[in-house]
Design a protein around this ligand. Structure first.
Ligand code: ADP
Ligand code: ZN
Length: 303
């Protein structure tokens, strides 16, 4: 980034149920936000472009477009399908070329990453992980996903992090019904146990309707604690942010912190896993805006 005034960015948070689109320069200057339902790629992308063109007429040219997307997506710049949503189970959205479509239409750089990598970047720049590196952001919503920032870069490699599918022990010590995993791929993964979708199937009500003393929460905390232990031991994060609808329960973070300390069993003697654990496992600073501000942050990073 060169000029002193922050550049105007178009941001798209591409989700399985809705696309949130916005234009702005940062959290203090989000000039417009809209929500477009996710239907077919033609219809949804058509609406996204109609909105962006309207915003361009109103606010001027964007310097870049940032897209944080549901996945899996192809981030390998040498691949033929770079910039595509790839093998998603979402009907009609397999191999949709998001990046080229936007680039051809608006002739500006397009930054593309997972919704959760976008969110971790947004939280790193402006939220609960300001300047903290390595940083992890995990969302527990309809599904479970996670983004990782290491040494100032979003982590990519073989693909991108797929934290939702980390394998964890079945929650056998819970007072809940014994571990049934709802992931079609794995027998014992985080998403299969504690995503909003899994909880709804398991308990017959939406996660937001489960009372605070319901045994489900003990299980959610136990599963998450194991995932956090694995991430802490493998990636050495200095902070982990837990977002998404299911993590909005006020009692869940303290429960998770307690279980994390327990499963760690004193192995790492650092303040972050002791008296400072409240600063290690935290909620998002950008609240419901981590995704869209993250997409905006991606757009800024590409410049
Ligand atoms: P999405 O994953 O669709 O992007 P959210 O992060 O809002 O969206 O997650 C939606 C899921 O979170 C649903 O399964 C819903 O039941 C659950 N949820 C939303 N709010 C709460 C809450 N306050 N407590 C527990 N679960 C919640
Ligand atoms: Zn899985």
């Amino acid at each position: 980034m060169s000029s002193s005034a922050p550049p105007l960015i178009a941001a798209i948070e591409a989700g399985g149920t809705k696309f949130v689109c916005a234009v702005g320069t940062g959290p203090e200057d989000l000039r417009d936000v809209t929500r477009i339902p996710t239907t077919t790629p033609e219809e949804t992308m058509g609406e996204v472009c109609r909105y962006l063109t309207m915003m361009k007429a109103k606010h001027g040219d964007f310097a870049a477009i940032g897209v944080g997307s549901f996945g899996p997506i192809d981030l390998d710049t040498s691949s033929k399908s770079f910039g595509y949503i790839t093998t998603t189970p979402k009907p009609g959205w397999q191999y949709v070329d998001v990046v080229n479509m936007l680039r051809t239409r608006y002739h500006v750089p397009v930054a593309f990453d997972t919704d959760v990598n976008a969110a971790v970047l947004g939280e790193y720049l402006w939220g609960a992980g300001k300047g903290i590196d390595p940083l992890i952001y995990i969302t527990v919503g309809t599904g479970v996903g996670g983004g990782v920032l290491v040494h100032g870069q979003l982590l990519h490699g073989l693909l991108h992090p797929e934290i939702g599918h980390l394998v964890v022990p079945p929650p056998l010590n819970s007072t809940a019904v014994q571990g049934i995993c709802h992931c079609p791929f794995h027998k014992s993964c985080v998403e299969g146990y504690i995503s909003g979708a899994a909880l709804a199937v398991r308990w017959g009500v939406k996660a937001d309707a489960l009372p605070e003393d319901h045994p489900a929460w003990d299980e959610v905390a136990g599963v998450m604690a194991h995932a956090l232990m694995n991430l802490t031991l493998s990636l050495c994060p200095k902070r982990i942010i837990l977002g998404g609808g299911v993590m909005e329960q006020p009692h869940i973070l303290p429960l998770i912190r307690g279980k994390l300390s327990k499963v760690m069993n004193g192995y790492l003697r650092v303040p972050e896993l002791g008296r400072e654990i409240d600063q290690f496992i935290v909620g998002p600073g950008l609240k419901g805006k981590s995704g869209i501000l993250g997409a905006l942050a991606l757009g800024r990073y590409v410049l």
